[in-house]
Design a protein around this ligand. Structure first.
Ligand SMILES: Cc1ncc(C[n+]2csc(CCOP(=O)(O)OP(=O)(O)O)c2C)c(N)n1
Ligand code: SF4
Length: 350
């Protein structure tokens, strides 16, 4: 690990449509262990925002506590950020999003942060369909507190200290489909070809977009016998489809054979192109997505790619019919209906 980052940038570094180079989307130098999967996910987030021409000041990064929750410091230095309390990122995200719907909300959490202390908050943010991207950097352990098994550790998985986990794993991906998440994907930190377009699609989704990313902890859970090690995931990863994300203004060009591609048009007109590999699976059908997850589990496979998309998603603002203008920009005169109308409302409850 090096603590010195060169300030030199090649003058021919490509610029995006806003005139920024990718380093404008980077953050501080990471202090995570060299080889930690979380650093690859941070790099993928920066690359996705660069390619999508996102203005960093239009993004809010939120997290809980853990090595994973430290990562927002390592991408998008020019964005808003809030490193909250262990497991409590969803409620902070909900408050921020309700106050200002004009930002892109990106939550980062760990499997400990989400599947144990934060489980109550996680399930409720899903049912409310908050418009945010929620990334779990899933290493099956509590990296930050020295590698104890987390609730996503698979039954029979062995950690570095030789302890074998006896308990059933919580499968966050299946759980989020069950609870009504409207965009659900699964990926691996070592597969940036798949991860970057998935992050881009998640950011274009109007509603709760969940990304469960297996992200090996090289220090505490990368040993033989672990089911969240680099070797195990590479051997058991089973992609549902190869995946392209075509933003709204770009022309769709495909090199796939006709008939083998499924185009999923998103709310804003951008398109997800799926070249399907998995048979008997329809990403627009919740039951089919659940079945695909169960079948993969029975075969010890880790299904990756876009698992489920609800293209009719209505986010929390749509559901509770808030104003199109962000609430934090409304004046008191616009917010207060006046005592006559308030009296009428009060009388209607009598
Ligand atoms: C209320 C509270 N309880 C416990 C802790 C201790 N603690 C800090 S991080 C963490 C778990 C981190 O694991 P995970 O979310 O999986 O992230 P990782 O470090 O593996 O990326 C725990 C138990 C805490 N900071 N606050
Ligand atoms: S302890 Fe594990 S999760 Fe934490 S930085 Fe190191 S490798 Fe990553």
């Amino acid at each position: 690990m090096t603590y010195v980052r060169s300030q030199f940038r090649h003058p021919a570094l490509p610029k995006n449509d806003l005139g920024y180079t990718v380093d404008y989307y980077e953050g501080s130098l990471s202090t995570l262990c060299a080889g930690c999967g979380h650093d690859s996910i941070s790099a993928a987030v920066a690359q996705a925002c660069f390619e999508l021409n996102i203005e960093p000041h239009k993004v809010a990064k939120l997290s809980g506590i853990g090595c994973s929750s430290k990562t927002p410091a390592y991408f998008l230095n020019n964005s808003h950020g809030f490193n909250s309390v262990h497991g409590r990122m969803p409620s902070v995200a909900t408050g921020a999003n309700l106050a200002n719907r004009d930002l892109v909300y990106r939550g980062v959490s760990g499997d400990g942060d989400t599947a144990s202390i934060g489980m109550g908050q996680f399930v409720h943010v899903i049912r409310r369909n908050l418009n945010m991207v929620y990334i779990v950097m899933n290493n099956g352990c509590y990296g930050f507190t020295k590698g104890q098994d987390s609730a996503t550790a698979d039954t029979g998985s062995k950690n570095k200290s030789g302890h074998v986990n006896l308990f059933e794993a919580i499968d966050l991906t299946s759980l989020s489909i069950e609870l009504g998440a409207t965009f659900v994907a699964q990926s691996f930190s070592g597969d940036k070809e798949q991860l970057i377009p998935l992050i881009k699609a998640a950011m274009s989704h109007p509603g709760f977009a969940f990304l469960n990313v297996i992200s090996p902890c090289v220090t505490f859970n990368n040993n033989a016998g672990s089911t969240k090690s680099y070797d195990y995931v590479r051997e058991h990863q089973e992609a549902t489809a190869t995946f392209d994300f075509v933003p709204i203004e770009k022309e769709i060009r495909t090199s796939y054979e006709e008939g083998s591609v499924q185009n999923l048009t998103m709310h804003d007109g951008s398109v997800i192109q799926l070249h399907k590999l998995a048979k008997d699976w329809d990403p627009l059908d919740r039951l089919s997505a659940m079945n695909a997850m169960l079948k993969a589990k029975a075969k010890d496979e880790i299904l990756t790619g876009l698992i489920y998309l609800n293209s009719d998603s209505q986010d929390l603002h749509d559901l509770i019919r808030t104003s199109d203008r962000p609430l934090n920009s409304l004046l008191q005169t616009e917010l207060c209906p006046g005592s006559e109308i308030l009296d009428g409302i009060n009388n209607s409850f009598r």
